[in-house]
Design a protein around this ligand. Structure first.
Ligand code: FRU
Length: 477
């Protein structure tokens, strides 16, 4: 039995051991084991395919396989056999990569990681089974320009334009900084190095992982998952963080030039390695709702790792706006709308609003107040909260009292727009996560929580007068 068959047998035998209540309702999770980055997010044969960095055997990172699932609505997933497994043929682990649909073939490109050395390899398949198209890796260390080695050379992103395949790969340069290298090919097997698409000048952490590059409206977007970022103001924070640059792409020089400094794609505690997908005039994006630095997984858990609910991206005045993909609307139930006024530190609670698995849309207007707090996933013991300071124009998310028992970052404050005292929030709540979209998705914050699921209260408080229009919809499978 090879490693792929072994992984699939293990997966079949163990997947039913996790009770439904132990999983998120509409955020993708592995059936058993550990998951990190989304991989190969693509549209093939009228369905969305999602692969993922996968270790079926443990809830910790380990030998990397590619798990695989497909869906039409991102809520109900058809779990497919493990697509890639480390084996004797490719001699290494299957690290992150991307996919395209090329005629009737589904093409996967990914990093083979072997003893620290990294190269890129390609497989083709029919949506279920995949096979290597060449004996050796296709983008190899020998393709690298001077100053680069095969150490930290990973996470290819592929696209096809005018009959030519292009691929960017992240590589660490001699100064230890991430550079995005661009390669081209006419047949997926023979690749030629073209240029450094863009590189880290030292302002943005060290190594960059999981580069993504796509057109959004009239601009090009480069997204990078940054390692060892250092905090600066309220835009950048320490550790792993996802940044995006908006800019122009010179197709002759194979060079990207940003028009502005990098912005943070998501300010939550748990957001990494997003992948985009352009399909039917939409740009979708999905990310790992997790962070390498925060080890929060409760002891005894049987799975680890969840994805964000996919988002639709828009570019407005060179800022990416993100909102949950509209497929979610088919899963709304029990819509409840209400309007109320908060005043003088009186806690407002309407039991009809309570829910732990829901979308909550709020239009908030300051009449005369400094602060307003929204409690979520709460009961007498636990809560997570969003605190808005109208004067300082800040929003703080806290999961300090969400039931954490491990040492993890639990509060973050960001700058927000409060125009004429008004702002809007859309909140996606699930059993193990909170995704917050501020002002139509101009800023997003995604975080895990492991609060007992009975904690389902939603309440509000303000130190003065604040008007709130609220709409809650439960989300069902
Ligand atoms: C990002 C990452 C990638 C790598 C993969 C390994 O989270 O470190 O750079 O390909 O995870 O699982």
């Amino acid at each position: 039995m090879n490693n792929k068959e072994k992984a699939n047998e293990y997966f079949r035998e163990n997947k039913l051991k996790i009770k439904d209540i132990e999983r998120p309702v509409y955020h993708f999770t592995p059936d058993i084991g550990w998951m990190n980055d989304p991989n190969g997010f693509s549209f093939f044969d009228d369905e969305y395919h999602l692969f993922y960095q996968y270790n079926p055997y443990d809830i910790k990172w380990g030998p990397m396989h590619w798990g695989h699932a497909k869906s039409k609505d991102f809520v109900n997933w058809d779990r497919l056999p493990v697509a890639l497994a480390p084996d004797d043929e490719i001699k290494g682990q299957c690290f992150s990569g991307t996919a395209i649909c090329d005629g009737d073939k589904h093409i996967l490109i990914y990093t083979v990681h072997n003893d620290g050395k990294e190269e890129q390899t390609v497989e083709a398949g029919d949506g279920v089974n995949y096979r290597s198209i060449s004996k050796a890796s296709v983008i190899r260390v020998e393709h690298l320009p001077r100053g680069f080695s095969g150490i930290d050379f990973r996470d290819p992103k592929i696209w096809k334009e005018d009959g030519i395949y292009y691929c960017i790969v992240s590589a660490k340069n001699e100064s230890g900084l991430g550079s995005i290298l661009l390669f081209a090919s006419t047949n997926l097997i023979d690749w030629e190095y073209k240029n450094i698409l863009f590189e880290n000048n030292g302002d943005y952490g060290k190594m960059w992982e999981c580069p993504d590059f796509f057109k959004l409206h009239d601009k090009y977007i480069l997204v990078v998952s940054v390692m060892e970022m250092q905090a600066k103001g309220r835009e950048y924070f320490n550790g792993h963080q996802v940044l995006y640059f908006v800019g122009e792409y010179d197709k002759k020089l194979y060079r990207f030039t940003p028009i502005d400094k990098a912005r943070t794609l998501d300010f939550g505690f748990d957001y990494y390695a997003p992948q985009s997908l352009n399909v039917n005039e939409r740009t979708l994006s999905v990310a790992w709702l997790h962070d390498w630095g925060n080890d929060l997984t409760p002891d005894g858990a049987k799975w680890c790792g969840q994805m964000t609910y996919p988002r639709e991206l828009e570019l407005k005045k060179n800022i990416i706006y993100q909102m949950p993909a509209t497929e979610l609307e088919k899963h709304y139930e029990n819509e409840y709308k209400t309007s109320f006024c908060l005043s003088n530190d009186n806690k407002f609670q309407d039991t009809e609003l309570n829910s732990r698995v829901a979308r909550l849309d709020l239009d908030i207007e300051k009449i005369d107040a400094k602060e307003c707090i929204i409690y979520l996933a709460a009961n007498h013991r636990y809560n997570s909260f969003i605190k808005i300071n109208f004067k300082k124009k800040t929003l703080k998310f806290s999961r300090r009292f969400s039931g954490l028992t491990k040492d993890a970052i639990d509060e973050r404050k960001i700058d927000i727009d409060v125009k004429s005292g008004k702002l809007s929030l859309s909140i996606l709540l699930d059993r193990f996560s909170v995704e917050i979209f501020v002002n139509g998705g101009k800023k997003a914050l995604s975080s895990r929580i492991y609060t007992p699921v009975e904690a389902n209260e939603i309440s509000f408080i303000a130190d003065g007068e604040v008007r709130v229009d609220a709409c809650k919809r439960d989300i069902v499978e």
